[in-house]
Design a protein around this ligand. Structure first.
Ligand code: A3P
Length: 280
């Protein structure tokens, strides 16, 4: 359904739930991860959990990352989000204008992770086959037309990134890309730590980086969203951690599709500092 200019999956959120978030009280210590879906959310959720929770890092606790870093607009675990102890960590896919007002008034901190939209779309294509809350899209061309016209959950990729970037002064915000995380995970983790004022020893940092690699996360049921019920996902058809590579779109998109994408998106974001997204 469409609500206040944005498309949502009816099985996951309600219009009333979205409206209530406007007044959700923000604490200065809150940390929000904001992404367009399929941009590395689970990856960064895991990194945040590893940075903040020693028990996650040293393996003495068995708590799934959805409990550590819950989804703001879709409280799948039914947690009492308002009364969680500080520092609270959340993730959201919302466009900037639908997040709690306090966050838009520079309370709390936001980490926005962006990813090459062709990889985002290809990841979504596979994802929609096993995530039952989403409509299965018959072929890539159909998805591409919907993706480019913003008729997918969370609407237009371009509007999402443009909105968050052009309103960056309203937030305490750090921008990161999936591609830079992939290229140099340690530097990306350090950037996150510096932004959040968290000091980790070299050994702790090594441990975060090690546990946040694709291979290790895929093996870790806490990190690979294996807690999701069969009513929500068809596990035989896929996993959250699929390939975790940069440029996978080249294996499935035709040259014509890629050019159409460039015309529709790349040309329109020349004024934004996200050229790096197109390098792959
Ligand atoms: P692919 O489908 O291209 O493999 P989100 O968490 O926002 O839904 O994004 C999912 C994408 O992030 C998937 O991309 C997934 O494999 C990738 N991903 C998750 N953890 C990762 C990691 N540790 N390293 C690299 N990619 C990761």
């Amino acid at each position: 359904f469409k609500h206040r200019g944005c498309y949502f999956a009816a099985k996951l959120v309600t219009p009333e739930g979205i409206d209530l978030l406007e007044e959700f009280e923000i604490r200065d210590s809150d940390v929000f991860l904001a992404t367009y879906p399929k941009s590395g959310t689970v990856w960064t959720q895991n990194i945040l959990s590893l940075i903040f929770y020693e028990g996650h890092r040293n393996g003495t606790e068995d708590i799934v990352i959805m409990d550590r870093v819950p989804w703001l607009e879709c409280n799948v675990k039914n947690l009492d989000l308002a009364n969680l102890p500080s520092p609270r960590l959340f993730f959201t896919h919302l466009p900037y204008y639908l997040v709690p007002r306090g966050l838009r008034n520079r309370r709390g901190k936001v980490i926005y992770v962006a990813r090459n939209p062709k990889d985002v779309m290809v990841s979504y294509f596979h994802f929609s086959k096993f995530m039952l809350a989403l409509e299965t899209i018959p072929d890539l061309n159909t998805l591409m037309e919907r993706f480019l016209s913003g008729k997918v959950v969370y609407s237009s990729w371009l509007d999402h990134i443009r909105g968050w970037y052009t309103h960056r002064e309203d937030f305490n915000i750090l921008f990161l890309t999936f591609e830079e995380m992939k290229k140099d995970l340690r530097s990306a983790v350090l950037k996150i730590c510096n932004f959040l004022g968290k000091h980790l020893s070299e050994k702790e940092l090594d441990s975060v980086v090690e546990q946040a690699t694709f291979e290790n996360m895929k093996r870790d049921p806490r990190a690979n969203y294996e807690f999701l019920p069969d009513t929500l996902v068809e596990k035989s058809k896929g996993q959250f951690l699929r390939k975790g590579t940069v440029g996978d779109w080249k294996k499935i998109m035709t040259v014509a599709q890629s050019e159409r994408f460039d015309m529709a998106l790349k040309e329109k974001m020349k004024d934004l500092p996200f050229n790096c997204l197109w390098d792959s």
